[in-house]
Design a protein. Structure first.
Ligand code: 13P
Length: 288
């Protein structure tokens, strides 16, 4: 597939459908700036695997807005001659308005996270997003239960989703993928992650759509494999990329106290970030 013109970006339906069928997962990597986006695209192109670029509301604001991000991603795809499937996705959109803004700017996928609301309200808001998004072929992910931890300065207490809540959310909205909170948390884990694999498998057997695992950083490899066996097709990773990149950058600045060229400073994290991307792609057994 050659991605040129306006169809450079895809929604996640085909890539996640194949992943569910083939028992592997597609990585969702959060992006924060041009360099990260470039490194992730280059590494995934080299490995010849599809990728989902996740943009939180905070990251969108940081980078200037959804239009700036679509322009940047499409420009990189063209200039770097990226031919793998790339999905540009809003991570934890907090409202219909945010999702609409991203869709209008050319995002091909959104997550509406109305999980802090009562189930009925969550269904109502999510359905509104689905009705808008599907007119443009944009895929929609939604969350039920609460994924714990802190991301983008938003902290949540974790509450696991029930099968009944998942069924109600899917049937009431027509979403394309579901993120049921089952014990994973954003940020660093305190102690060993405790995921409810039994319920994950049950939800997967009951629903036909792909499952998403948030809080993918810091989960031991065997538990990631188990989550994939239990039907997880999309795994979100942010914290481990941040940690790897910052570590390398800190080391670089320590070793070269006179460094001032931003390209050298920011670029000093390139290898660490690319290595981490490769590690996750191999762990998730991602294919095209
Ligand atoms: P981590 O903080 O574990 O990397 O999770 C990222 C995530 O789930 C983004 O939605």
């Amino acid at each position: 597939m050659i991605n040129l013109g306006d169809n450079m970006l895809v929604n996640f339906n085909e890539m996640l459908g194949k992943a569910k069928e083939g028992h592997y997962a597609v990585p969702h990597f959060n992006i924060n700036n041009l360099e990260w986006t470039k490194y992730i695209l280059e590494k995934c192109q080299e490995l010849d695997v599809p990728v989902i670029l996740g943009v939180s509301e905070g990251a969108a604001k940081y980078m200037g807005g959804f239009d700036a991000i679509t322009g940047m991603v499409k420009g990189l795809i063209k200039d770097l001659e990226i031919t793998i499937p790339v999905c540009l996705h809003v991570d934890h959109g907090q409202s219909f308005e945010t999702c609409k803004k991203a869709i209008d700017a050319g995002f091909t996928s959104v997550m509406i996270d109305a999980s802090k609301l009562e189930l009925e309200e969550n269904i109502k808001v999510t359905k509104e997003v689905v009705d808008y998004a599907h007119q443009f072929g944009v895929s929609v992910e939604a969350e039920v239960g609460h994924i714990g931890g802190t991301e983008d300065n938003i902290t949540a207490e974790e509450t696991n989703a029930t099968l009944a809540e998942c069924v109600a959310l899917v049937n009431g909205t027509g979403i394309d993928a579901i993120a049921p909170a089952l014990g994973s948390v954003h940020g660093f884990y305190k102690g060993e992650p405790n995921l409810d694999f039994e319920r994950m498998a049950l939800i997967n057997q009951t629903l036909s759509i792909p499952l998403v695992l948030h809080g993918g950083s810091g989960i031991p490899d065997d538990k990631i494999q188990k989550a994939i066996e239990c039907g997880t097709s999309k795994i979100n990773v942010n914290t481990e990329l941040q940690d790897a990149w910052t570590h390398a950058l800190r080391q670089f600045l320590k070793e070269d106290e006179k460094a001032y060229d931003p390209r050298k400073v920011i670029g000093s994290g390139e290898k660490a970030l690319k290595d981490k991307v490769e590690e996750k792609v191999r762990l998730f057994r991602t294919q095209k």
